[in-house]
Design a protein around this ligand. Structure first.
Ligand SMILES: *Cc1c(COP(=O)(O)O)cnc(C)c1O
Length: 426
């Protein structure tokens, strides 16, 4: 039998760190990553045959769980008919319509192949449409790995998988590339001026643990953008079609001007999208002078999977997903409480975070980092993993339940958390 250690060793000869995305490495928790052999529903099995209840779910890309039969069938049909053409297809329109129909204010979208591409292209569009240069982002928000957005980013960047310690930025990003990027603390409305093209925000921050917007933050951003004529962009790569049918826009009641999507909308295949009003999107080539393109954009397999997932997820399903997350969050809270350990377990709908330490729930990156600095997450992670529960191997990620997580899965998880909390407290 092949082992995780063997693959980890072998992979490093041809792949940096043996991973194709740094958040998959165990750099911030220590140890050897498990190599997944297959997944089904809430479960993954590694190459050694070990079974895990999976709360990574491809960082939120799999909302129905792994290898959902309807998604698999849709992909099979699409694959038999040809996987990419370089010409438009019906499914691209169907996916675009599904997105536009669900998000209030969204009128037109362009499909791309990742969340990074979506945010990067949307920023270019915002600058092209406004004729302004400056972009404002918030510390601890992650918007993919394009140069201009790699400033005080969350997720793997914050976790220090870059250079071992906490690295605010990436080598190879020139000062020029971030010269027009201004970073502000999350949950404080910055004062803008008329040099600002766009303010990009995770409407519910989910890449520095889970940090909800404080009351008035998103409304304040809307008003401040309107005051100076800047565009407000919601990066809904995580929140889109997960927080609810209409994502964070419906959830918050605040209308953005620009949106980016990813993860859920590809049904586990590579898709991203960005969109806005018809007027703003008319600046995009071939209609306008902002260029953006992609050989595999709107890929037939990916659009087939994405449409299937969006069609499957009813309002009732979204409620059910939030109920599962509540069971998990309440169970984790109870586990640590009964062990006498101070933690905060924030939850927004289906999104759950975990911060070690007492006090208030973090409202910004500094507070989140303070909790991470207690360095309790690696032990929690490994103890849970040993009990067959897979959370993300980084302290700044959130826990993703899927529709496939059963009551028994959640009960088992909470039971394990009680054991782990007692062990950690003792
Ligand atoms: C994951 C993520 C991205 C980047 O998407 P990729 O598909 O990994 O390129 C962008 N923004 C947010 C909020 C994300 O969570």
């Amino acid at each position: 039998m092949i082992t995780n250690s063997e693959l980890y060793e072998r992979g490093q000869h041809t792949i940096p760190g043996a991973v194709n995305s740094p958040v998959r490495s165990f750099r911030s928790v220590g140890g050897v990553p498990y190599f997944v052999d297959r997944g089904a529903g809430s479960r993954v099995w590694d190459v050694e045959g070990t079974e895990y209840i999976d709360y990574v779910q491809s960082y939120g890309a799999s909302i129905l769980g792994h290898a959902n039969p309807k998604v698999v069938a849709a992909i099979e049909v699409a694959a038999r008919n040809g996987s990419t053409f370089g010409a438009p297809t019906l499914n691209e329109i169907l996916l675009a319509e599904a997105l536009v129909e669900r998000v209030p204010g969204l009128e037109s979208v362009r499909l791309v192949s990742s969340g990074t591409e979506a945010t990067m292209s949307a920023i270019r569009l915002a600058r092209g449409a406004t004729g302004r240069n400056v972009l404002v982002k918030f510390a601890g928000n992650y918007h993919g790995h394009s140069d201009a957005l790699l400033a005080e980013a969350g997720s793997g960047v914050a976790a220090g998988v870059l250079v071992g310690e906490s690295a605010p930025d990436s080598a190879g990003v020139t000062p020029g590339a971030v010269a027009d990027t201004i970073v502000a603390p999350y949950n404080v409305v910055p004062t803008l001026d008329d040099s600002v093209a766009v303010v990009i925000v995770e409407p519910v921050a989910a890449n520095m643990g889970l940090v909800p917007p404080v009351p008035g933050f998103l409304e304040g951003l809307r008003a401040e953008c309107d005051r100076v004529g800047a565009l407000l962009m919601f990066d809904e790569v995580i929140t889109g079609f997960r927080l609810g049918r209409g994502g964070a826009t419906q959830w918050s009641g605040v209308a953005a001007d620009l949106w980016s999507f990813g993860k859920v909308i590809g049904g586990g295949l590579p898709v991203g999208a960005f969109g806005a009003s018809t007027e703003i999107m008319s600046h995009l080539a071939p209609l306008g002078d902002v260029y953006q393109a992609g050989t595999l954009s709107g890929n037939p397999l990916a659009t087939a999977a994405g449409i299937t997932v969006l069609t499957e997820m009813t309002e009732a399903d979204h409620e059910s997903l939030s109920a599962k997350a509540k069971t998990l969050a309440d169970g984790l809270t109870a586990a640590f409480e009964s062990a006498g350990m101070a933690v905060r377990v924030p939850r927004v709908g289906p999104l759950v975070g975990l911060f070690f330490g007492g006090g208030e729930d973090p409202v910004d990156f500094d507070a989140a980092a303070e909790s991470v600095a207690l360095a309790r997450y690696p032990e929690f992670f490994h103890e849970m993993l040993e009990r067959g529960i897979a959370f993300a191997p980084g302290p700044y990620e959130v826990f993703f339940t899927s529709m496939a997580h059963s009551d028994a899965d959640l009960e088992h998880t909470v039971g394990a958390a009680h054991e782990v909390a007692n062990k950690m407290a003792g």
